[in-house]
Design a protein around this ligand. Structure first.
Ligand SMILES: [Zn+2]
Length: 169
């Protein structure tokens, strides 16, 4: 049996279409730095089940390029959280190289917490912290001045920048 984690309702956000990708999450009011903005909900599943679902998504993407997104986050050592539910509004938060929120463990729950002061109307953005492996399949279209071009964790940026500066032989 798996368990559903239903997020608490957030007073701070609304979902509408985004220039970055499809839908996005936007601030309905000013949000001070440090605020827990919205909880990430979903189905608590085993790591094994998560892997099965991720492969399923890859298979679907091969047949239909409009698919291929999964909403699975790391929850703890044994479990992941599959957030692919319409009531999990946090799944619409887009990746950006210039983020204003961070995924944070708040007493065992996953929340997007404001890492900057966010103004009413701004899109809530986060860096999902992906690794370098296969990064070329995940181009970033965040449009920020410092966009690194791919959806990867900031810790990998120096490596990617160095690779860019190395002339191809
Ligand atoms: Zn970017």
């Amino acid at each position: 049996m798996t368990k559903l984690i239903i997020p608490k309702k957030s007073e701070y956000i609304g979902v509408k279409s985004s220039k970055i990708h499809n839908k996005g999450v936007f601030a309905k009011k000013d949000i001070p730095k440090g605020t827990s903005i919205i909880q990430y909900g979903g189905e608590k599943i085993s790591k094994k089940e998560a892997l099965k679902r991720i492969y399923q998504v890859y298979d679907e993407a091969e047949k239909d390029s409009s698919k291929g997104e999964n909403y699975i986050l790391d929850l703890d050592k044994k479990h992941d959280l599959d957030g692919d539910f319409p009531w999990n509004l946090a799944k619409y938060i887009n990746h950006s190289c210039e983020s204003n929120s961070e995924l944070t463990d708040v007493d065992g729950e996953i929340w997007f917490v404001a890492s900057k002061d966010i103004k009413k109307g701004e899109e809530i953005l986060t860096n999902y912290g992906y690794g370098l492996e296969g990064h070329k399949e995940f181009p970033c279209k965040c449009g920020s001045k410092n966009c690194i071009g791919y959806m990867i964790a900031e810790e990998h940026w120096p490596k990617l920048n160095a690779a860019r500066r190395t002339p191809k032989i």
